[in-house]
Design a binder for this molecule. Structure first.
Ligand SMILES: [Zn+2]
Ligand SMILES: [Zn+2]
Length: 240
């Protein structure tokens, strides 16, 4: 029976529709990209609360998540991949799931490995971790990663290694969506965003940007280079 839940999309194009399920810095970012032509879905990043977000949608939207894109290993972008895999196992999913990330995201590798070691004999669907550093074709969608300016440090200090972090350009038949992931400003960002049908841009800081995050004014300026834009990843209010 068709669901009577109506999804409120944040953007609708010719071939894609987008819903930002949640995006709060240090909590969660998860964005659903629906291929209107095929019904297949891409989930961009998987932070906390993903299952609560998904069950508010008609089931077909999460049954049809065929691809997960991970921008980087911070917990607010990857922390709930274990829950997502376990949820799909519980639902007796049969379709293959492809998880795409930049190479060497140790947090992602660890979570998927833990899931695999715990449930490999009783998981009814295939899943594959695909590390990419160049353009990939997934069905008829082109997924192109680009490096961004972000670094992992919860403690601070200069000694910490750089973490692999990317943004994504997703395109199909001339329609293009750009997702910046978490990033500070760098010159090439403008060319990635220019002309996109939709740019999903992080705007973490209200006023002053940092090396590793944009500000809302910067995100707005960058957004003007695209035909449409959404600003995400704002800092949540933490109550005393
Ligand atoms: Zn983040
Ligand atoms: Zn981050």
């Amino acid at each position: 029976m068709p669901s009577d839940i109506k999804v409120k999309w944040d953007w609708e194009g010719q071939h894609f529709r987008v819903k930002v399920l949640c995006s709060l810095a240090g909590v969660a970012t998860q964005i659903l990209v629906n291929d209107i032509d095929t019904g297949s879905n891409i989930l961009m990043d998987v932070g906390d609360g993903i299952l609560r977000d998904l069950i508010s949608l008609p089931r077909t939207h999460y049954d049809n998540i065929d691809t997960v894109l991970i921008s980087h290993g911070h917990f607010d972008h990857v922390g709930s991949i274990f829950s997502l895999l376990a949820f799909f196992r519980m639902l007796n999913r049969k379709k293959k799931l492809c998880i795409i990330s930049p190479p060497k995201v140790t947090e992602l590798q660890g979570l998927v490995k833990t899931f695999h070691e715990s449930y490999k004999d009783s998981t009814p669907f295939e899943y594959e971790l695909m590390e990419i550093d160049s353009e990939q074709m997934v069905l008829d969608i082109i997924i192109k990663p680009f490096p961004v300016q972000h670094r992992g440090s919860l403690i601070g200090g200069d000694e910490l290694p750089e973490i692999p972090a990317i943004g994504f350009i997703i395109s199909k038949k001339e329609e293009t969506i750009v997702y910046t992931g978490d990033t500070g400003y760098f010159e090439l960002l403008k060319s990635h965003i220019t002309g996109a049908d939709l740019a999903i841009i992080e705007g973490t800081h209200e006023v002053e940007p940092s090396n590793y995050h944009l500000s809302v004014p910067q995100a707005k300026e960058l957004g003007k280079l695209a035909k449409n834009h959404l600003i995400i990843h704002k800092i949540p209010k933490i109550h005393d």
